[in-house]
Structure formats: C-alpha cells, structure tokens
Design a protein around this ligand. Structure first.
Ligand code: GAL
Length: 736
C-alpha cells in the first residue's frame, strides 16, 4: 500500500535569538542584533552559583525562517513546541497564532492559514521568562529556578487534511492472557466534505515488526468534524510484560487509509504492565509487590538550566537507575523532558510525575492554567509505562477541595488506568486522591492508617550537605538516608520512600546556601556522588555490581574530637579493614542496626585502632569467601595527579549534542583527593567542541565538570586540561 503519511520536520537549528524585548513582532524584521542559536536553548548561560536569576527573568524573542514547498499546499501545517519557559506568544509571517502559558508542557498551533507555500515563512516567538504570578508555579516563592527560553525541541508537522490528532494506547486485563490493547484516538477532518477511510491499528516489536493488527471497515467522517473513538487488539497472550528488571517495550501504530493509501500514521512506544498502589499500603507491579526506593529530580543542570539535549536527559535517568540503583524517581515538581521519560521506559525506572506548582495556589485564572497544564501533561505522557502515578495537587499546597476535585477528576477522565497522588506536607490534609503521598521531614517514618501511602520527600532542608563538607557531616547525611529507607523497608503498610533529592540544584536567594545552590542532593550539581549516594548504590544486588565505598575522606582531624566510627557502604558479605599493620578481619555489616536493608553499612569502631599513628587504610570486600574488591587510602592524601574523563566516548557532530567532561585531582592511589582547590584550564585542541561551563574552573571538593557541546565537524577532539600547579590531563572524544 502506498504510504504518504505525515512529515515531521525538526526545527532546532537556525534560530535567531534577540536577547531583549524588541517590542512588537514587526520590529524583528529590522532588528540586526540577534544571534544564531540552536535548541534546546536558554536565554543565558550561567556560572555555577552566585548569579542573579533576574538575568533570565525577561522578555526575549526568537525568529526562524522556514521554507514550505508548493507540494505542501492543501496540507495542514502544525507548529509544535515541547517546552517554552514561561509564556510563549507565537507569530507566523507577522500574524499572531496563539499564546501558551506554562513552561513545562508541550503545545501545538495549526498555522495552515498563516503560511505561504513555495516561499519562506517567518516564525517568531516572544518568550516571557519572568516569574509571572498568573502562571504556575509562581505567585509565591519557589525553591528552584525555572530559567527561560525555548528550552526544548520544536517541530513542524505536515499532515493531510484528514489527520490523527492524538492516540492513547492502554491495556485492559494486563495480567490475564485475554488482555486487550485498546487505543483511543481522535481524528479530525478539516476538509469541507465528508471522507471515508479505514483505520489500522498495529502492535509492533521494538524493531518495528508487526505482531498483530486490526483494520476497521469503512468509517465516514463529515467535513470539519472530529471523531473520538477507539479500536482494540485482542489475543495478546504472548506479549511480554514491561517490568523494572526487563522493561519490554513495544510500539503501537494507528494509521488512516483512504483508497488503499496510508494518509496519516502516528506511532508511540508502549509497555504492558499493571501498576497499583493497594489498600494494604503496598505497591504492586504486575501483581508483584515492590518496595519503592527513590529520589526526587529537578530538571535543571549547571550552566544551562533545563536546556539539556537528549543525551544528558538519558544520562540522568541512567545515573538514577544504574549508578544509584533506584527503582523510582519523582519528577519534582513539574513534567520533565520527554527524553528523560523515554529513557525511564527503556531502562525500567518508575516515575511519579506531577503538575507544576509549589506551595501556592492562585486565582481562578491561575487554576485554569494549572488544569490546562495537567491536561497537557497527561495527554503527552499517558503512554509511558514507567509512569505509575499522576501528582494532581500543587506540591505542599493548602487544601482546596474544589480545585483538587477537579484535578483528580480530570486525571481520571484522561487516564482511567492510573491512580492519582497529591503531594502534601500536613497529615490532616483532605485526602481526595488515590494515594496519600506525603513529604515527611519528621526524620522518621510514620504509620499511614490503612491507605495507599508513599513518602515523597524526606531529608532535604533538614540536613543540607555539601560535597565539600567535613566527613562527619557527609556521613550523617548518608546515614539519614540509610535510616529512613531502612525504616520504610521494614513496614508493609508503606509503598516506598522517595528522598529529597538526587542532585544539588540552583535556587532562589530565599533557599539553599545563599549562593543560589540548594545542597540537598545525594550527588552534587554535576551528578557526582556525595557519601549519601554510596548508600543507595550499595543496595544494588551484588550479582549486578560489587560496591565497596568508603564514606570518609580519610583525613585525620576531619571529625570533632577525632574519628570514632568509619562507615563503609558495600554489598559484600564481609570485609577486612587494615590500618597500618593492624587488621580487623571478617567484619560483618550492621544488620543489628539496620534490620531491613538488604545490604546494611559496615561500621568500624575506630577505638580498636586508636593509639597508633594515622596510617594507610585498606578495605577488602568478600563475596562467597572470595576477595572481590579492595580500597586503598594512603595516609597522605595529597592531590598528586589530575584526571579527566567524559561520560561518552562519542557524540553527534550535529551542533547540539552534549556530554559531561569531568575532572578531579586524585591522590597517589587514584582516589579523589579531599580538598584540592586547584584551578583547571580546559582547551579543546581541534575546536570541534565548545566548552559550556566555567573555564577556568576552580575545583570544588577536588572535582568539577563542564559540558562539551558538539559543533558540526566530525573527527576526534583532544581536550587538554592543566592546573595552576602544572598538573596535566587529556581526554579524547569522537564526533560522529
Ligand atoms: C520541600 C519541597 C521541595 C524542597 C524541599 C527541601 O518542602 O517540596 O521542593 O524545597 O522541601 O527540603
């Protein structure tokens, strides 16, 4: 059958950015002071800390020329934005096509009537990145920065006048061999006359091979009308379920056929799974009870705010799943990048996604915008198997039963398959959702009262901790996470606990340490681990990866009154500890103190070693009686060498791709040193990449990171790093 289908044209390059309010759209034609940018884009790159958020709170403009060939005449042309912070007004050829409020959700305008074919067309976007009190999350104060700009991707979608507006695939009776895959769809006929067509719905494997399909009889749709209907596939006994261990993904495709020709087609990824928070307090995935262990994530990165391309989004999900061993992430406090969610689907990381907001509820207009954002979030994301719960309450807001009845009803209407939660911080708040999701900063786990219950924040501001804090503080921080997770694991009436938070983040002056950073992460803002990250990591099953990590800087005098306990996070069966010549053999983990953890930490009572001089430390980990890992910390931990590495061996030479370049001063044994504060200069020798970040960089906790952003040329880039004390390192990366 002949396929004509829709055309999707990504519009991420060739934008001209005007760093100020040009006034009105006609002034853009004569404005000469724009500069070329690519998307994702932020209105300004920032240093790591101590910047003024007012610098992005302004109105800016973007312009782009797009040619539409004459062959598109008669088609429908849509302009789609994945995210513009905070309010976007869009013009095509000088005419306004619409405005969108809210920076976290996608929107699309039909621009057919505004474009010309066989000619160039000008798209202009006025971006208002001010913290407008009429748009969530604003109106009060907010403990994070939203930044500004067209910070996610943009595309043109060119369709027939008969086209698919949306599809929503979901599975009924997932756990039965008689499961049914249903696809709700919306089809629009923009032609002045009736059209008749068939609809085909297919289930395909990840490679695109069709596994099952169904074709309807002829359907007639009147001119200028919309069809809301559904179609389903049955006999799907042999499909594999999506799970956190084996995140089996499929694709579903809905197509319209007219006279044997496929005139439109939409595809989405999909996974078969049943996710349920039950009355007994437990969470069940495909009928199997799973304890949820997770952390919150903000979408922002250092220097670039939220304007991170796919690779960085994937990397964050990978860090949470593989490096920290989590099974759930809460997208606090707004819908995050589609790339991030795609990756969560691919790797089996569960997601709690919520509508934008923070402690504040505005007037009726504000609430309308909020409901609209909720709608846009659910429509965008309801096909993701990783998402197991919709957050329909403004994080930590007061009760507003009327508003929250609406948010709950809307979520259930748009997606009858998922439960709702609403994150609250007072226990007596009215429970209108399906799951009582609670930010519990009491420092303990409290009994829930026979309702579906999940802790959605703990730690955070009750124990801010920097990567450059003393060992003692960092250990206490790590043990706080250890203790709370241990406690929740011991209770059968709690689904899980999601700590605050995964990564340090930039914030307003009212929060954090005054330097525009909130140091609440178990990792720093570069996603490099603090000691608390070691705890999460140590819960990874030893069959997957051996973990043996010292939660100490091994620096004499870094504790009040000297070190009393040495904490080691590990999934080994037992460890030996050797300090100087003295040995402590066969040390067991503290399952007496942490009764519910699979791998409790090891705690070395240091008085056993007192009396001698500060010496070298060796820790040996054993599994099944065999040595599997060894740590060695010399007594003299002076930084002697600079190390540098990239998170990727290669990136795309597409002008947009980015990866992390990390560096650290290490001691003679290769451990990251304690408090090196050298200055590092970074130089790409072949100029194939751009450095995004502080350069030179003054090390923080002996380490640092910047981004490498690809230019357009392929080849190998050699990056040289040197310090003020003459240390050198180099790293190579391929651009393909
Ligand atoms: C919570 C809030 C989070 C973060 C956290 C810090 O109250 O929901 O966004 O500010 O406190 O501990």
């Amino acid at each position: 059958m002949k396929r004509i289908g829709r055309v999707v044209k990504e519009l991420n390059e060739g934008w001209i950015f005007f760093d100020y309010d040009v006034g009105d759209v006609s002034s853009l034609d004569t404005a000469r002071d724009g500069r070329r940018v690519v998307l994702p884009h932020m209105v300004k790159t920032f240093p790591l800390s101590n910047f003024d958020d007012k610098d992005y709170q302004k109105i800016t403009w973007y312009r782009k020329e797009v040619s539409l060939p004459s062959s598109y005449a008669g088609k429908r042309i849509f302009l789609e934005f994945d995210g513009v912070m905070l309010v976007a007004t869009v013009y095509v050829n000088g005419k306004k096509v619409g405005e969108h409020k809210g920076g976290f959700t996608p929107f699309r305008f039909d621009i057919t009537d505004k474009v010309g074919f066989g000619q160039r067309n000008t798209i202009a976007v006025k971006v208002d990145s001010r913290e407008r009190p009429d748009v969530p999350p604003f109106g009060g104060t907010v403990d994070y920065l939203t930044f500004g700009g067209i910070y996610r991707e943009v595309r043109l979608i060119i369709t027939d006048t008969l086209y698919i507006e949306d599809i929503f695939p979901f599975c009924v009776d997932v756990l039965s061999p008689h499961r049914r895959l249903v696809c709700n769809y919306v089809i629009r006929n923009e032609m002045g006359k009736s059209r008749s067509f068939n609809i085909r719905f297919s289930l395909k494997d990840w490679e695109g091979l069709s596994l099952a399909e169904v074709m309807t009889d002829k359907i007639a749709l009147e001119g200028n009308a919309t069809l809301h209907s559904s179609i389903e596939l049955t006999d799907l006994a042999s499909v594999r379920l999506w799970d956190i261990e084996e995140p089996w993904l499929y694709k579903v495709e809905l197509s319209i056929f007219e006279n044997e020709r496929c005139i439109d087609s939409v595809e989405k990824s999909f996974g078969f799974r049943e996710a349920r928070f039950a009355e007994d307090g437990g969470f069940y995935l495909n009928g199997r009870r799973i304890k949820l262990i997770g952390l919150n994530r903000h979408q922002n990165y250092p220097y670039i705010g939220p304007a991170a391309p796919r690779r960085l989004q994937y990397r964050d999900a990978d860090i949470l799943k593989y490096e920290l061993g989590l099974n759930i992430v809460r997208c606090s406090h707004y819908p995050q990048s589609p790339h991030f969610l795609d990756r969560c689907d691919q790797i089996g990381l569960l997601v709690f996604e919520e509508l934008p907001g923070w402690q504040y509820i505005g007037d009726e207009e504000w609430k309308r915008t909020s409901l609209n954002e909720l709608r846009e979030m659910i429509i965008r994301d309801r096909h993701h198997p990783s998402i197991i719960l919709w957050g329909v309450r403004i994080n930590e807001s007061r009760d507003d039963d009327e508003f929250y009845r609406k948010t709950n009803a809307l979520a259930h209407e748009l997606d009858p398959t998922r439960q709702t939660g609403g994150v609250r911080n007072f226990r007596e708040s009215h429970f209108l959702e399906d799951v009582f999701t609670y930010n519990d900063f009491s420092g303990k786990i409290q009994p829930p009262n026979h309702i579906p219950y999940m802790v959605t924040e703990f730690g955070g501001h009750t124990f801010p901790t920097k990567s450059f804090d003393l060992s003692q503080r960092q250990v206490e921080h790590a043990l706080l996470h250890t203790r709370i997770q241990d406690e929740q694991l011991g209770r059968s009436d709690i689904a899980g606990a999601i700590g605050w938070c995964s990564f340090d983040y930039n914030t307003h002056v009212d929060f954090g340490s005054g330097d525009r950073i909130c140091y609440h992460g178990v990792c720093d803002i570069f996603r490099m681990p603090k000691f608390a990250a070691m705890f999460y990591k140590s819960q990874i099953p030893v069959e997957k990866r051996v973990v043996l990590e010292l939660a100490d800087l091994w620096a004499f005098g870094d504790w009040n009154h000297g070190i009393e306990q040495l904490v080691i996070f590990s999934n080994c069966d037992y460890i030996d500890v050797i300090i100087g010549g003295r040995e402590l053999k066969g040390l067991k983990a503290r399952s007496d103190l942490f009764r519910n953890l699979r791998y409790p930490p090891f705690i070395v009572e240091m008085h056993q070693f007192w009396g001698g001089k500060w010496k070298d430390l060796t820790v040996v980990g054993y599994v099944n009686g065999k040595e599997v890992k060894r740590l060695y910390y010399p007594m003299d931990r002076r930084p002697v060498r600079l190390c540098a590495w990239c998170d990727d061996e290669q990136i795309l030479a597409d002008n947009r791709d980015m990866t992390w370049l990390r560096f650290a001063m290490v001691d003679s044994a290769g451990n990251i040193a304690a408090y090196a504060r050298d200055i590092v200069w970074i130089e790409p020798k072949n100029k194939l990449v751009e450095i995004i970040g502080e350069n030179p960089f003054a090390l923080i906790a002996s380490r640092g990171a910047v981004f490498l952003r690809a230019k357009k040329k392929k080849g190998t880039e050699d990056i040289e790093l040197r310090t003020n004390r003459g240390h050198k390192a180099s790293v190579s990366i391929k651009l393909i």
